[in-house]
Design a protein around this ligand. Structure first.
Ligand code: NI
Length: 182
């Protein structure tokens, strides 16, 4: 694993809405970030707060209704300071191996399922302070990167399940959505 370009990012204690399965924005393709302005930095700060509150380790812009290609990660669930990662315009340039592991998603409440992913990836992108970054990741971090990039392409982890299993889950989630009002 290469040195990971963590960034010092203060959080803004304001929750942003997390869109859930059934919301169209989760199925849309995000667009490249061309300009890192104050508005974008502010939403990143709020996204960290929201992600920590919901006990997530990764959150993509599309999940908060923003069609921009970036995501945030903190594998420590905010248990260790200084482990914030923001990746803009992420691209996986190399990938190898296969690994099956459990995944969940803040946009798919209450569901964890096994998904097959690449075991190791080389990710390129841009940090919030506009530096080009390159991260070699394996296992869980590689999985998070692949999961979050999928979000930016309108894909959810339940799309990897068998059609029968997916149909069953979608039906269940629709019912749950109605009952719980999300
Ligand atoms: Ni997700």
């Amino acid at each position: 694993m290469t040195n990971i370009p963590y960034e010092e990012i203060p959080i803004i204690e304001e929750e942003v809405k997390i869109y859930k399965v059934g919301d169209e924005v989760l199925r849309e393709e995000a667009e490249e970030v061309k300009n890192i302005d104050g508005e974008l930095v502010n939403i990143v700060k709020k996204m960290f707060f929201t992600m920590y509150n919901n006990r997530g380790i990764g959150l993509a812009a599309t999940q908060v209704g923003l069609k921009k290609r970036f995501f945030i990660v903190d594998m420590t669930l905010n248990q260790e300071p200084g482990k914030k990662l923001v990746i803009l315009n992420p691209v996986i340039v190399e990938a190898e191996g296969e690994e099956t592991g459990e995944e969940g998603c803040l946009s798919v409440p209450g569901v964890t399922e096994s998904v097959k992913r690449k075991e190791r990836v080389l990710l390129k992108g841009i940090s919030l302070n506009e530096k080009e970054i390159e991260i070699e990741a394996d296992n869980l971090l590689a999985r998070v990167f692949q999961h979050e990039i999928d979000h930016l392409n309108g894909k959810l982890f339940i799309d990897y399940l068998s059609p029968i299993k997916k149909a069953f889950l979608v039906k269940k989630l629709k019912k749950q959505r109605k009952q719980e009002g999300w």
